[in-house]
Design a protein around this ligand. Structure first.
Ligand SMILES: [Zn+2]
Length: 157
């Protein structure tokens, strides 16, 4: 961490990763998100599709992976709502759901734009991509640059 930034940014509380090529080997995931696409990696060798995306296939250890689109809509299987112990920077209630994306993938993701008790099992949700506070990083010759970031959640379809 650059000393100029010390105390100015609570990096240890930051939930979102750095997303550019220099910092993250799955940066295409974020580039695709910026285009509104939820993607993951599929292995050319054995066909295993993993989420979150990988740089090495968890099944056969091949590095020959391709990026594939995931459905942008899914069905809620289980809902969880937290009112206490919510991480810094998140509003309450913090709603998460186990979501089935067209039978291709089941993932646990945040659901936004809905109130407590509103989201029910069996409901349709759709992908939302939103900007996250940019993170200051050290660029060339010690210059501080703000790195743009995005993340995804779901909302009622
Ligand atoms: Zn494989």
């Amino acid at each position: 961490m650059n000393s100029h930034l010390e105390g100015k940014y609570a990096v240890t509380m930051d939930m979102y990763p750095l997303q550019s090529k220099e910092f993250n080997r799955i940066y295409p995931f974020y580039d695709n998100l910026r285009e509104g696409r939820l993607t993951t990696t599929r292995c050319h060798q054995c066909g295993k599709q993993a989420f979150p995306p990988r740089v090495i296939c968890p099944e056969c250890l091949s590095e020959n992976l391709e990026w594939v689109n995931m459905p942008a809509k899914g069905k809620v299987l289980v809902v969880t709502e937290e009112e206490v112990g919510v991480p810094l920077g998140f509003e309450t209630p913090l709603i998460h759901a186990l979501i089935d994306l067209g039978g291709q993938l089941t993932l646990f993701a945040r659901v936004i734009n809905c109130t407590q008790g509103e989201l029910r099992e069996g409901e349709e949700v759709k992908l939302v991509v939103f900007p996250v506070d940019p993170l200051p990083v050290e660029g060339k010759k010690g210059a501080i640059i703000l790195q743009e970031r995005v993340f995804f959640a779901f909302e009622k379809a």
